[in-house]
Design a protein around this ligand. Structure first.
Ligand code: FE
Length: 335
């Protein structure tokens, strides 16, 4: 079987396809429907066909196994941990592009040009509208306060999102204080860490806890799902800060695969996706924040509130993740 057959072409209806169409092959941890509108627009503009292989897991293993015969051109994923993971595994190559540099602020791309952020998401607190007053929780540090005993829900401490947040905490407070904070937060949990971010909001709705930690875009996803609207409407989104600093954010992003067979077309797609207009569409589709200078946040997303992103460089988050994982294990956060 030819490797190209592994791809599901995104174009549902072929538009009098050119016989020798250029192609780009994308390996994506993001769901096809989230990126399809943009890829279709890119194809309409350039004639370059985008094939997306949607992976649920195992991207590093697959790229490693394929080696220099990999059909992958572009890697699409979320979280600095996963972006740094493919870079560390030497599965990417640098892209030097004025367009990318102009549209992606320096804090959201690799100094060595191995990965590029496209959107951000904040890790926020979902607070019960009924049981948590406005202003009752304003910082991540607050979550250690005994007033929250038996009132906090969260997903596993070893998940990428939790590790990124703990890494940022460590940047501000050091490892020892982070361990103390994690112990105190654990002591305040209403139940053992379990489920995804949305499951925590559901638990607030069900009365099991009063505050939960989760990413912003899940608010949009819950509001778009008839079965979950009630969960969303039972909470307020609170943008906590680290004391004296900002709100923890992470990125969705892309990287050029090391052996990209269609390098030029792939770079063209990267530059297209980084354009302010494409960022706004992509961010709105995913309830995230565009990052190019001057871009507008989708009205629904903006309605949850504004915030100042923490100034920590994401490369530092990536570097501190291993220690964060060690601390989670030391305090047996999920136990
Ligand atoms: Fe997520």
């Amino acid at each position: 079987m030819k490797l190209t057959h592994l791809f599901a072409p995104l174009l549902a209806t072929a538009i009098a396809a050119p016989v020798l169409a250029d192609e780009v092959n994308v390996y994506s941890y993001r769901q096809p429907e989230l990126i399809k509108p943009l890829m279709d627009a890119f194809t309409a503009e350039t004639g370059i066909v985008v094939n997306v292989a949607f992976l649920k897991q195992g991207m590093i293993e697959r790229l490693s196994a394929e080696g220099d015969r990999s059909p992958a051109d572009l890697i699409f994923t979320v979280d600095i941990g996963r972006l740094a993971g493919v870079v560390d595994a030497e599965l990417t190559q640098p892209v030097v592009s004025d367009t990318l540099a102009a549209n992606i602020p320096a804090e959201y791309r690799d100094p060595d040009n191995q990965w590029f952020g496209l959107t951000t998401r904040a890790r926020v607190i979902y607070a019960s509208r009924e049981r948590v007053a406005d202003g009752e929780v304003t910082t991540y540090e607050d979550l250690a306060d005994p007033k929250w005993a038996g009132r906090i829900c969260t997903r596993s401490g070893t998940h990428s999102y939790s590790l990124g947040m703990a890494a940022a905490y460590m940047h501000h407070h050091g490892a020892d204080e982070t361990r103390t904070w994690l112990e105190a937060v654990k002591a305040n949990l209403a139940r053992k860490p379990q489920g995804n971010d949305r499951a925590q909001v559901k638990a607030i709705w069900a009365g099991e806890c009063d505050v939960a930690i989760g990413n912003t875009y899940y608010m949009g996803k819950m509001l778009a799902n008839p079965d979950q609207i009630e969960w969303a409407e039972s909470v307020n989104v609170v943008f906590p800060t680290f004391e004296g600093a900002g709100t923890h954010v992470n990125v969705s992003g892309m990287a050029l695969a090391r052996y990209a067979p269609n390098r030029d077309a792939a770079v063209q797609l990267m530059e297209y996706l980084a354009s302010p207009t494409a960022q706004e569409i992509y961010a709105a589709d995913n309830f995230e924040y565009p990052i190019a200078p001057g871009t507008q946040v989708d009205a629904l997303v903006a309605s949850w509130g504004s915030f100042t992103a923490d100034s920590i460089n994401l490369m530092e988050v990536a570097a501190l993740r291993a220690t964060a994982l060690k601390l989670m294990q030391e305090v047996d956060f999920d136990g």
